[in-house]
Design a protein around this ligand. Structure first.
Ligand code: ADE
Length: 321
């Protein structure tokens, strides 16, 4: 643009110096036209360039309910860029060379679903990973352990009669069909999580018997708008849904993704045993569990195919095909 302007002005000065007044007017008109056209061309190219940067390969979305569940991941981003939409902070950038967008949803199913929908509408992610802490329902699990959700279900959705709750999915407003009770994890993401599980370094937890190395299992994660601190509820969740862990957001995000056709997986690390000591244990193990879950997410993202660098040349070529 500046080269064109420079040459045009030089031409104008040269022409003016070698012409009579009528010619000068004509030359100056021509010069102005050239400058206007090159400005328009430059503006168009510049906006295409900006568009190409924002249309760089779709990111992987990473969601977590609470600050500690996403902060470690945000801290590892390069090319970081923050944006607030409807009061929710979205941080995009590169994690292990892969395009990602991270958001903290707030707790509970509605908050999680709202943040997921806003993210999907604005960032068009190719997949969604939910990370965070959970209460153990499976008695073999203890703080720091990881549950890779093979499937998720909302434990507070269905028909309540005097014989108890019959779990049912909601009707999708998109298809008009009843959703399944269980949302299966995306098979490719599940495979990546299983692979990541082989190499991930997790933080050990301190127990009365000494330090414990966390274990990783595939299992059933159930979601509801209840913080569970009841062994009786755990027994019921295990009996009715085969639950291994309970939390408050995963299946809500899985439902949004299911209805919109976006691959999704939920990763959780245990912070408590969903019993009378749940609140106390959660305080104690919250940070370790959040970190362990985030480390699993890094392991998954690391094995996604790298995001190619968006280049202007590639974009221009495509437009002229
Ligand atoms: N998240 C962490 N612990 C939980 C529990 N006991 N119930 C529900 N969500 C949780």
């Amino acid at each position: 643009m500046f080269g064109v302007a420079f040459l045009t002005i030089r031409y104008m000065l040269y022409a003016n110096a070698n012409a009579n007044s009528g010619d000068i007017m004509k030359h100056n008109k021509l010069t102005l036209m050239v400058l206007t056209c090159s400005t328009l061309l430059f503006t168009a190219c510049n906006s295409e360039l900006k568009k190409s940067a924002s249309q760089s390969p779709s990111p992987t979305a990473i969601l977590g309910a609470m600050p500690e569940e996403v902060e470690m991941l945000e801290g590892q981003l390069s090319k970081k860029n923050e944006r607030s939409i409807e009061g929710i902070k979205f941080t995009d950038g590169q994690l292990m060379g892969r395009n990602v967008v991270i958001a903290q949803t707030g707790t509970g199913k509605v908050n999680a679903a709202m943040a997921a929908a806003i993210l999907i509408e604005n960032f068009h992610p190719k997949q969604v990973i939910f990370t965070g802490i959970a209460g153990a329902v499976n008695p073999q699990l203890s703080p720091g352990d990881i549950v890779i959700a093979e499937k998720t279900a909302q434990h507070d959705s269905g028909i309540l009669t005097s014989s108890g709750l019959e779990n049912k999915g909601a009707v999708s407003p998109i298809t008009g069909r009843v959703n399944p009770v269980f949302f299966p994890a995306d098979p490719a993401l599940l495979q990546l999580a299983e692979y990541a599980a082989k190499n991930v370094a997790l933080k050990k937890t301190k127990t009365s018997e000494g330090e414990k190395s966390p274990g990783i299992m595939k299992g059933v994660v159930v979601t509801g708008d209840i913080f569970v601190a009841s062994p009786e509820k755990c027994e019921e969740l295990r009996k009715t849904l085969g639950a291994d862990a309970v939390e408050m957001e995963g299946a809500a995000v899985a439902q949004v993704c299911y209805q919109l056709g976006i691959p999704c997986i939920v990763i959780r690390s245990i912070s408590d045993n969903a019993n009378e000591k749940a609140a106390e244990d959660m305080e104690k193990f919250y940070k370790i569990a959040a970190m362990n879950s985030a480390s699993m997410v890094v392991g998954i993202v690391e094995n996604l195919s790298p995001s190619p660098e968006p280049t202007v040349q590639k974009h221009v070529k495509k437009r002229h095909k």
